[in-house]
Design a protein around this ligand. Structure first.
Ligand SMILES: [Ca+2]
Ligand SMILES: [Ca+2]
Ligand SMILES: [Ca+2]
Length: 134
């Protein structure tokens, strides 16, 4: 290994020490969440400079005081909303792109009027994050 290599590794180490804050997050479908934080859809890690971080509409506690989220401890959690694409409109476990009846009414897509699905194309999610290591 040359000196250059060592220097390079040294800088990488420095840079990775200055990482942004990362959070471990859980998502909840707004339509079905039942105020039980253990009953989540998905668990994932998110960091502040991630692309996905900016897609979340983060809220602060003052904005929703006394609202339906009052069961969440804002000192402990960072809360936001996001809309994600619904990849399985009828929820039968077959993704839309390979589902030949994606609204699940037994009429094949090519014979079906599916306008009423437009409202379901996105899923509104509640995102609840806590800082890693806390
Ligand atoms: Ca489906
Ligand atoms: Ca289907
Ligand atoms: Ca159909």
């Amino acid at each position: 290994m040359t000196h250059k290599h060592l220097l390079f590794i040294f800088f990488i180490t420095i840079i990775s020490c200055e990482r942004e804050t990362c959070y471990s997050c859980k998502s909840y479908e707004l339509a079905t969440y039942n105020q039980d934080l253990n009953d989540y859809e998905e668990e994932f890690e998110m960091c502040e400079f991630d692309g996905i971080w900016d897609r979340v509409n983060w809220i602060d506690d003052e904005a929703i005081q006394g609202a339906t989220l009052s069961f969440i401890d804002f000192d402990e959690y960072t809360i936001g909303f996001r809309a994600i694409e619904n990849n399985d409109l009828d929820g039968d476990g077959i993704d839309n792109w390979e589902d030949d009846d994606f609204d699940g009414d037994s009429i094949p897509n090519n014979n079906d009027i599916i306008n009423d699905l437009l409202a379901n194309q996105t899923i509104q999610e509640l995102i609840v994050c806590s800082e890693n290591g806390k």
